[in-house]
Design a binder for this molecule. Structure first.
Ligand SMILES: NC(=O)C1=CN([C@@H]2O[C@H](COP(=O)(O)OP(=O)(O)OC[C@H]3O[C@@H](n4cnc5c(N)ncnc54)[C@H](OP(=O)(O)O)[C@@H]3O)[C@@H](O)[C@H]2O)C=CC1
Ligand SMILES: N[C@@H](CC=O)C(=O)O
Length: 810
């Protein structure tokens, strides 16, 4: 025998009603069907009662709507004929009783709890007779006759013993289909109508299932079962196939409103499984709740949350070692009907925090301040401190028991994403870890935990790409072409959630489709500005996020500090920050370390060559960099390799720009600034404190060429062509080549144009290549040499990509 319960949404519309009929009639076994009121009717009954009691004649309109809803339902789901007429008689009679009760309330302006209970009972009484008529051969039973309550502490509590006996007597002979109104009951002494509380229809079904030893209790609702997290917040949440009774209890007690919490106990006691099914998607497997749920699966089964938390904290040295303080706190709160859902006490006993709903906070503080008035007056305890606008999150799962590292993983993940845990609690049962965070962090918190505990086969990195020129565009292309492979083979979901250039910016949590991102940015992007980027990226408060700077902008570099401070890693092709004032460089590194995020800029020197990582590896293993000698400018090396009798200096500069080697403003390369920046960065990474102004520069283009605008520069530069050609010829005759060399030794840096002969290691350096010679304590007689492409779109983008991958750490 099965007990099926259909909730308000399942009997709320014509289609869902017909689904209920189909589901029940398809069952071969005997079945007891418990139904709630038509969706929304209980709320409407309460609202209409309150209106009538307050003398608002608008109650009549509400009543009319209640009447119409039921009559229309009868006309649409029950075919014309004798059955419908009989049903209409019953429905009209109930509705007319209800109308009279409302009128009475309106006249005397009084609404007693007893009348309220009577009124809400009409919802289930009406819905159940409609469904009983709809389902072929169904027999209707009045649950007020066998679900009995007694009054305790001013509340109507189920009398289990009496109810069980009456249920067994009522269903001594179980018809093929029985129809029972859920939620409603009656007082065992007075016979007055009572109820089992909002959501009580689940409980009715569970009581009947347990009393009659049903094979299964099926709860038919409007979702596919218990979900791993709130699907309105977590788009990747999915139904949980199996839960133990304890796990289900933990989840539904705390946020997940799939089942009314008291429902679990009666069936758990009898070891009857609960199957949660979706009336609107009956083919979905749903969630099965039973004694022993699958232990081989993930450590946590679900995440629940309440975005309505106020933390009340009581502190004071006067609490330390004093017996009975907690007893007084909970007694006082209980006496005032305040429910506490989280308790956290320091082992020093000098502070206790309790989580209550925001609406209860003022009263809780007041009654506790009164209870501890003496201690507060003596200064032994401080007045209660209430911190509202918080959210409580719980992770639940029986597999957490005796599994080390779950709390570590949880709090580590939260910390890395800059989520501050205000209070936490874990019971010794180890099936639930609850913690409190700022309300504004709830979405990020749920995403972070869901991603790390449920989607671990797909680690997500959320990328904001700023700058889509030579490097940025190539990077996006590379990511686009590797996205699927990384997902399948490496379990990494690289999601670009923001793209910006100097004019437009676009952001989306779901990830940008990279096929036509340029057109989309142009058409749909919002105007871009440093402030917009700052506010949008921090405002999105998205987990595992990385800001990728492919601009050469000083303003964009000035954002890193705030991004790192908000736990957003930074990957920069832009050299401005790492080569700016030493204090800024050091502070950015400090913030990144402190926040547990990364500030990476490998491509700042030698594009995709592993220069900075190599220096870091040498230093970390105890080596010391004694000397750096290098050609660090791809542009300048290209120019000095390309210049010839046919290709003058000015043309080589234009060619370097076209090849994507030079800076957005090539004067940065030609003035030696780019190389100075690189040398400063290398020296700093090698452990020296060097600033750009400390580097000695011997340039080959007069300073006057860098004055004025970029257009002025392009106009003036051909005037140097003849002189350079004359000097080049002399050099050629001598069998030498120009190399722009950067040197750092003994704390001093120099950049200069050097004429090298064929014996020099830099002589053969082709194209835009870079070369770096590192003399260290270990690599002394024979320095370490790193050589290869030192500029260009694809190699630089690949270097940025490698930095991103090292954040993913896979
Ligand atoms: N090219 C190379 O070989 C290497 C380059 N780098 C570094 O990479 C960076 C990018 O170089 P590259 O791709 O060649 O430069 P590009 O000039 O080709 O591209 C720069 C991009 O940055 C955007 N941008 C500029 N200012 C802003 C701003 N304030 N806000 C948002 N976006 C902005 C530009 O947008 P818009 O077009 O709208 O102005 C453009 O999309 C530089 O810092 C460079 O030093 C590092 C190693 C090698
Ligand atoms: N403009 C730079 C590009 C790499 O940093 C260069 O020419 O080396």
């Amino acid at each position: 025998m099965k007990v099926l319960k259909f909730g308000g949404t399942s009997v709320g519309s014509v289609n869902s009603m017909l689904n209920v009929k189909k589901i029940v009639e398809a069952i071969d076994d005997k079945v007891i069907v418990v139904v709630s009121a038509l969706g929304g009717i209980t709320d409407k009954l309460i609202k209409t009662s309150n209106m009538a009691a307050s003398g608002d004649s608008g109650y009549e309109k509400e009543m009319k709507e209640i009447v119409n809803r039921h009559i229309e339902m009868v006309y649409t789901v029950i075919p014309a004929g004798e059955k419908r007429e009989l049903l209409l008689d019953c429905v009209n009679e109930l509705l007319s009783e209800l109308k009279d009760i409302f009128q009475g309330i309106y006249l005397i302006r009084d609404l007693s709890p007893k009348t309220s209970s009577t009124i809400v009972s009409y919802g289930e009484r009406l819905s159940s007779i409609i469904v009983a008529t709809l389902i072929d051969g169904a027999q209707w039973f009045d649950s007020r006759l066998f679900i009995k309550t007694e009054k305790k502490h001013n509340k109507h509590i189920l009398d289990s013993e009496l109810t069980n006996r009456l249920v067994r007597e009522t269903f001594r002979e179980i018809p093929r289909v029985s129809l029972v109104p859920g939620f409603i009951s009656s007082d065992k002494d007075t016979g007055e109508v009572t109820n089992l509380g909002r959501g009580g229809s689940d409980y009715t079904a569970s009581i009947i299932a347990a009393a009659l030893d049903a094979d299964v209790l099926e709860i038919w609702t409007d979702v596919d079962g218990f979900m791993t997290a709130d699907p309105r917040v977590i788009s990747t949440a999915y139904p949980i196939t199996e839960l133990s009774y304890v796990e289900a209890m933990e989840l539904c007690n705390f946020g997940a409103k799939v089942v009314y919490p008291p429902t679990i106990y009666p069936v758990c006691h009898k070891n009857i499984p609960i199957l949660i099914k979706n009336t609107f998607n009956p083919d979905a497997p749903g969630t099965i709740v039973k004694q022993e749920a699958d232990h081989s699966s993930k450590a946590i089964k679900g995440i629940s949350s309440i975005n309505d938390t106020c933390l009340i904290t009581m502190t004071g040295l006067g609490m330390v070692g004093v017996i009975g303080v907690n007893y007084r706190i909970f007694k006082t709160l209980a006496e005032n009907g305040i429910s506490v859902f989280l308790v956290s006490q320091a082992s020093s006993e000098n502070s206790t925090s309790i989580g209550v709903r925001n609406e209860d906070a003022a009263l809780a503080c007041k009654v506790l301040d009164e209870e501890f008035a003496k201690e507060i007056e003596m200064g032994e305890i401080s007045p209660m401190k209430a911190e509202g606008g918080l959210a409580t999150v719980a992770i639940v799962g029986e597999n957490m028991k005796h599994t080390p590292g779950i709390a570590g993983k949880l709090f580590g993940t939260l910390g890395r994403n800059g989520i501050n845990v205000i209070a936490c609690a874990q019971g010794a049962s180890e099936t639930n870890i609850s913690f409190v965070v700022e309300g504004g962090s709830l979405r990020k918190t749920l995403n972070v935990i869901h991603d790390s505990f449920f989607l671990s086969e797909y680690q997500v990195l959320n990328l904001f790409i700023c700058g889509i020129g030579t490097v940025g565009h190539s990077l996006i292309d590379q990511i686009h072409s590797q996205q699927e492979r990384l997902k399948q083979e490496r379990g990494l979901n690289l999601k670009i959630v923001g793209i910006a250039n100097g004019h437009k910016a676009m952001f989306t949590r779901a990830g940008i489709d990279l096929t036509n991102y340029r057109e989309e940015l142009e058409e749909k992007g919002m105007p871009s500005s440093t402030q917009v980027l700052h506010d949008e990226i921090i405002g999105m408060n998205i987990f595992n996020s990385v800001f990728v700077d492919c601009t050469a902008s000083e303003e964009i570099a000035s954002l890193y500090k705030d991004f790192l401070g908000h736990n957003i890693s930074v990957v920069a092709a832009n050299k401005i920050a790492a080569s700016s004032d030493y204090e800024i460089y050091a502070e950015l590194k400090r913030i990144a370390r402190h926040r547990g995020v990364k500030f990476l800029f490998e491509t700042n020197v030698g594009a995709g060559l592993p220069v900075i990582n190599t220096i870091n590896d040498l230093i970390n293993s105890g080596d010391k960099i004694l000397k750096i000698e290098a050609v660090l400018s791809g542009t300048l090396n290209y120019i000095f390799n390309e210049i010839s009798a046919d290709v003058p200096l000015s043309q080589t500069i234009r060619n370097a720009k076209e090849q994507g080697y030079s800076e957005p403003d090539p004067r940065i390369d030609l003035s030696g600034t780019d190389v100075v920046r690189k040398l400063v960065i290398l020296a700093r990474e090698a452990g020296y404190c060097l600033n750009q102004e400390d580097v000695e520069k011997h340039l080959f283009i007069p300073d006057s060429f860098f004055e004025g605008s970029l257009d002025d520069f392009w106009r003036k530069i051909p005037s140097l062509d003849a002189d350079f050609e004359a000097r080049r010829k002399v050099l050629e005759r001598e069998g030498k080549r120009w190399r722009f060399v950067a040197r750092f030794e003994g704390g001093k840096g120099v950049v200069e144009l050097v004429e090298v002969d064929r014996h020099h290691p830099f002589y053969e350096l082709a194209g835009s290549n870079n070369i770096i010679l590192l003399t260290t304590e270990r690599y002394n007689e024979y320095p370490m040499l790193i050589q290869g492409y030192g500029a260009g779109a694809s190699v630089t983008a690949a270097g940025v990509f490698a930095d991103i991958m090292s954040i993913a750490n896979i």
